[in-house]
Design a protein around this ligand. Structure first.
Ligand code: NAP
Ligand code: G3P
Length: 486
């Protein structure tokens, strides 16, 4: 099933205009495994002319695709979901090797993606327009009626990050195409193989030529060209705040939907169930080595229960399994590359140098950073503010809930926060004041279920995702006004 995307010498092809095309450009990027450095494939650094062809193909395909009935577009998603599950084992192996994700999380990313596709198809089929009578506005009568339907936007450029190479590609592609757009997928370079396999799944499901095209190449090299391409009608980006900010600076008059970085706080009050809290902090902070936008990235705990919480978190951290995801089931895996591991080590060193108490971890073997917990982190330390995207958590002790809110809101980020308390009034008091997209009460920060609205404020994003919200973001209302003469 996947043979067509690969040719000799482990070189991968791109899906353009319904064909798996061998790049004419002689330049290839080697994809090596973060686990052991082994070469797992070579992807084309596509030339500008090839990118232009992808845009031409997408434009032409979208004009036809938008007139295909929604029920038929939805059928492709149901089929793609089935095919994805059929190849789950094969894709899991690739994902483990390509991004070092543990087997359980890789498998669950794939099954979650199949669920996402089916739910997207169901939702699209059940969305309806509205008719608005004119007489609710002063001076108008019922002879004027606006019939509001939804129109696709055109060509959607979907740029996905390395950490969920299947889910965060499909969660852009599925709502976009069901809304009648065509999509150009530019996967993260480390994550491209997963992205290309996903494209093959859609192709096998019968997506018409050009409705889904892929582009590979380093974002630092082709990024500016693709985001400013005159053929782009919408950009759906997930990745770092740094790159997201750059895209928003250099684009013009192209709507953007962006999921960016985060520094999600777990706020712990004195009446919290500390066992539940510690379990959620450990699962939320360390799974996939903290390489999740919604990972818990700081703990703000009131002084009164801080010692107890530290003990419980430390105890539960003993259960984290560290190592090679190809050999065993683990929680802590090598980080995606040495640059990422170096960055985490810088934050660890800064916290140590400035007097934070190292409770657990702090050590590194290659790109594997052991799960690390610091207590008494203060606001002059980088770890209090920067997103490590690695397995290190700072505990910041606070006087009370108001100080927790103040510190939480001082962050440049505003993705999610968690509040642990048994008091519903305090939970609402805090939720009301936090400047974030989502507040979780007595649970770790997390995206799912995927039909909930998912958004970041401040430096954490633009616009709202979540199945129905994503379909709405990638379509626009079209008003046809009936003027009756009666
Ligand atoms: P990244 O370095 O920003 O890369 C994300 C994507 O952007 C990749 O496909 C990358 O391609 C591409 N890119 C890089 N430079 C570009 C440019 N100048 N123009 C256009 N595209 C460009 O992020 P990452 O390291 O993959 O992912 C980690 C970050 O993503 C973290 O900050 C994390 O918080 C964030 N994230 C956020 C969410 C969320 O939902 N809020 C979810 C997941 C991840 P290359 O790979 O070729 O460089
Ligand atoms: O970081 C990717 C984003 O989709 C979060 O998903 O399930 O890890 O909260 P989750």
């Amino acid at each position: 099933m996947f043979n067509c995307i690969q040719c000799e010498d482990n070189i991968f092809r791109n899906l353009i205009d319904g064909q798996w095309i061998i790049s004419k450009n002689e330049e290839f990027i080697e994809i090596t495994s973060p686990i052991d450095g082994s070469l797992i494939g070579k992807i084309p650094a596509m030339a500008k002319e090839e990118v232009d062809f992808a845009f031409e193909s997408s434009k032409a395909a979208q004009l036809k695709w938008k007139s295909i009935p929604v029920s038929e577009r939805a059928e492709i998603l149901y089929k793609a979901a089935d095919i994805l599950l059929q190849y789950s084992d094969e894709l899991t192996e690739i994902m483990i090797r390509e991004i070092g994700k543990d087997k359980k999380s890789s498998k669950s990313e794939i099954s979650r993606t199949a669920d996402f596709m089916r739910f997207t198809a169901d939702t699209a089929k059940n969305m309806s327009g509205e008719s608005i009578p004119g007489d609710s506005f002063p001076g108008f009568n019922r002879n004027k009626i606006s019939v509001v339907t939804r129109e696709p936007l055109g060509v959607v450029l979907a740029i996905s990050p390395f950490n969920y190479p299947v889910n965060l590609s499909a969660s852009k592609i599925a709502p976009a195409i069901v809304a009648g757009n065509s999509v150009i997928l530019k996967p993260a370079t480390q994550g491209s193989l997963c992205g290309l396999y996903l494209a093959r799944v859609f192709e096998e499901a019968g997506i018409p030529k050009g409705v889904l095209n892929t582009i590979t190449g380093k974002g630092s090299e082709i990024g500016d060209y693709i985001v400013t391409h005159p053929g782009v009608n919408f950009i759906n980006f997930t990745g770092s705040t740094e790159v997201g900010t750059k895209i928003s600076r250099i684009t013009s008059m192209v709507p953007l939907l962006m999921e960016l970085g985060g520094k999600d706080a777990a706020i712990v009050l004195e009446d919290a169930d500390l066992d539940l809290t510690a379990s959620n902090i450990v699962a939320g902070g360390y799974s996939y080595s903290g390489q999740r936008c919604t990972a818990v990235k700081r703990i703000l705990v009131v002084n009164k229960v801080a010692d107890k919480l530290v003990e419980k978190v430390k105890e539960k951290m003993n259960n984290l399994k560290v190592g090679n995801p190809l050999e065993k089931d683990v929680d802590i895996v090598p980080l995606i590359n040495s640059k990422a591991a170096d960055f985490v080590c810088e934050l660890i060193k800064d916290a140590s140098d400035k007097g934070a108490n190292l409770i657990v971890g702090g050590n590194r073997e290659g790109n594997l950073i052991y799960p690390t917990l610091f207590d008494n982190v203060t606001l002059d330390m980088r770890l209090a503010w920067e997103e490590p995207f690695g397995p290190v958590l700072p505990i910041i002790r606070v006087r009370d809930k108001d100080e927790a809110i103040e510190i939480a809101n001082k962050s440049e980020y505003g993705l999610q926060s968690a509040v642990f308390t048994e008091n519903i009034n305090d939970a609402f008091y805090i939720a009301d004041k936090l400047d974030v997209g989502t507040v979780q009460v007595n649970n770790k920060t997390e995206r799912g279920p995927d039909h909930f609205p998912f958004l970041g404020v401040k430096a954490s994003g633009i616009g709202t995702q979540g199945i129905r919200y994503s379909i709405e973001s990638m379509s626009r209302p079209k008003a046809t006004v009936i003027n009756l003469t009666r």
